[in-house]
Design a protein around this ligand. Sequence first.
Ligand code: MG
Ligand code: MG
Length: 260
Amino acid sequence: MIVVRTEEEINKLRIAGKVVGLTHKYLEQFLKPGITTKELDRLAKEFIEKKGCTCSFEGLYGFPGSICISINNEVVHGIPGNRKLKEGDIVKLDIGACYEGYHGDSAWSYIVGKPNTKKDESLLKETEEALMAGLGAIHNGCTTGDIGHSVEKVAKKYNLGIVRELVGHGVGDKVHLEPDVPNYGKERKGPVLHTGNVIAVEPMLNLGSRDIYMLEDEWTIVTDDDSNSAHFEHTVLITENGYEILTRRDVELEEEDKKN
Ligand code: MG
Ligand code: MG
């Protein structure tokens, strides 16, 4: 069952989503060569808790971090650790925050300093375009296939590999709920979405093939051919004529949260 959220639930989801957006903005200022992913994780946890939320991914299915940080050929679920960011790295921050039992989930890809290649730079632009195309298909009565089809069209246009094993999902009183929202599909196929449903759309696109595998840490997913990967995700509320992004990025940090 795909839950239709009440106004009260939606307000909590809006707060959780806003904190996720703010956390992205907060962390972005620290994405410099030399910082470790563990330090970023610590900063994220501190910030999320200061804003009255908990970290959705902390301990989720046993995850040993507060947020997921994946670099270059790592697609998703990277564990924060002693790895230091380098100039040109593609860093994916996947952040979840929970406010009074309701979650927000958003991943974004960043380049540390200057990109190593033009291809890396365009990978990010194109994957973000794929996310926005997927969101563009959303309205009351759309299907998950409509969304996947729109994402797939953009990925194919740019000849990017679409990760198929991992998908978007419903969001609410748990981070991962029904339905699955794949990044490929056929129009008018799949579950129908209605006003008041909340989902995360999250294309993961690779410069090379779509194939992936899991590292021995049993978390980190990497591309099979070592090519770089990008990940963009928003949690959205389905509305009558479209959607409302709950994990908006045009949020303003308070002065005290701005570095230096
Ligand atoms: Mg996520
Ligand atoms: Mg997600």
